[in-house]
Design a binder for this molecule. Structure first.
Ligand code: APR
Length: 381
């Protein structure tokens, strides 16, 4: 046997799981396709919900986050002539986000996992996983474990070994995800609803800001040089009216097709999925990394009970424990998609859906009950 637990993938899910298992003295090995440098520099999400911060803090994984993370408690919805802010930290359950770029979190989690005596094999590609045999093939080598955690993300192989019914939706919406070497232009998370499509603004650090632009499906990011991006953001975020954007070089431009996937089970024999391998959620409500951490915590507890006490009750109901939370996050994320987009064009149906979107936004602007619902779901699950 090569390890008690073999983990495929060194993203937030695999690394948090590995750290929690090491804290309980369980021997585990992480197999990661990319190099350490690659995963430590891969900019992705950045908004950690209160529960994620609790998981990290409660397990000694929050030093960097508590030192360098920033509290975030406000979002703003804007149109051409109007803007309203929701101070979600004062609404709902009063929880806030902590902004800490994912690559910093991943860097911290790798260092801590190694310090706890864990092993990571970088540049090692897993090509097949068997939940019934509890084996993994990586770089033509057969590895055995008591349990396998499939944390290899959206494009990984482990979920293919879970025979499940898959429920999915392609939202037929694409975003150009942009990272700009520029300070945030506003203190809030900004959601701009515009005739030409959605635009978003999210702080990352004092010198880097994430923006999103809705673009047609199949768009080539190369068609978006820096100046075109800033000019389009200027128009959609109505910067002439609400205040100029702080421009800077674009350091990443990538297309994200908004899609959602849920499986009716996320386990098979000795194999358990967590993170983007278990479910895919559109980035509209920044739930992906938070779901990954929630699942990693539940799975860690269940694996410790099984390995230390021979009690598999929690492992047996792992899917049943996670799926209702996954669905709730999906539901809210879906609601956000419909708040931020409407189909292009001026046909009867497009205009009908636009009318609904505007009414939804207006309800959010004026109804305290609606705002509380939003805040509760936006930061919690
Ligand atoms: N073999 C080994 N490693 C693999 C393989 C493979 N066949 N396929 C993928 N991986 C690795 C990827 O290189 C990546 O480092 O698995 C890791 C999966 O990490 P993430 O994609 O970050 O997924 P996850 O840990 O589930 O976190 C989900 O983090 O990246 C964000 O946007 C994502 O918010 C979401 C959250």
């Amino acid at each position: 046997i090569d390890a008690d637990v073999l983990i495929t993938g060194a993203g937030p899910a695999g690394l948090v799981l590995g750290n929690l298992l090491r804290a309980a003295g369980i021997d585990c090995l992480i197999l990661e396709r990319q190099s350490r440098e690659h995963v430590e520099n891969r900019a992705r999400a950045g908004f950690l919900a209160a529960n994620s911060v609790r998981v990290l803090t409660g397990n000694g994984l929050a030093d960097g986050l508590l030192r360098d993370g920033a509290r975030h408690d406000t979002c703003a919805f804007r149109t051409d002539q109007a803007e309203f802010e929701l101070k979600y930290g004062e609404l709902g359950t009063g929880e806030v986000h902590t902004v800490y770029p994912q690559q910093f979190l991943v860097t911290d989690l790798i260092a801590e996992f190694l310090a706890r005596g864990g092993e990571i094999r970088f540049e090692t590609e897993v090509t097949s996983v068997s939940g019934t045999e509890a084996t993994v093939i990586a770089d033509d080598l057969l590895l055995r474990a008591e349990y396998i955690a499939g944390c290899d993300g959206q494009h990984g192989v482990s979920r293919q070994s879970v025979p499940a019914r898959i429920f999915r939706r392609d939202h037929e919406i694409s975003w150009l995800a942009i990272l700009a070497e520029a300070p945030p232009s506003m203190s809030a998370i900004g959601y701009a609803i515009h005739e030409r499509g959605f635009a978003g603004h999210m702080a990352r650090t004092s010198t880097v800001t994430r923006y999103y632009l809705e673009v047609p499906r199949g768009e080539d990011p190369a068609a978006w040089p820096d100046e075109r991006i800033w000019d389009e953001l200027h128009v959609r975020m109505a910067a002439g009216y609400h205040g100029e954007l702080k421009r800077g070089p674009i350091i990443e431009r990538r297309i994200v097709d908004l899609g959602s996937r849920v499986m009716d089970t996320i386990q098979r024999g000795k194999l358990f999925l967590a993170g983007d391998a278990a479910s895919l959620i559109s980035p509209s409500a920044a739930k992906g990394a938070n779901l990954a951490l929630m699942e990693a915590e539940i799975l860690a507890g269940a694996l410790v009970a099984a390995l230390e006490k021979g009690d598999t009750t929690a492992l047996d109901r792992y899917s049943a424990d996670c799926l209702p939370r996954i669905w709730r996050a999906q539901e809210f994320s879906h609601w956000m998609i419909n708040l931020l987009h409407s189909p292009p064009g001026y046909g009867d149906e497009a205009l009908f859906l636009r009318g609904l979107r505007d009414a939804r936004l207006e309800s959010l602007r004026v109804s305290r009950a609606h705002q509380n619902f939003f805040a509760e779901n936006y930061v919690g699950i």
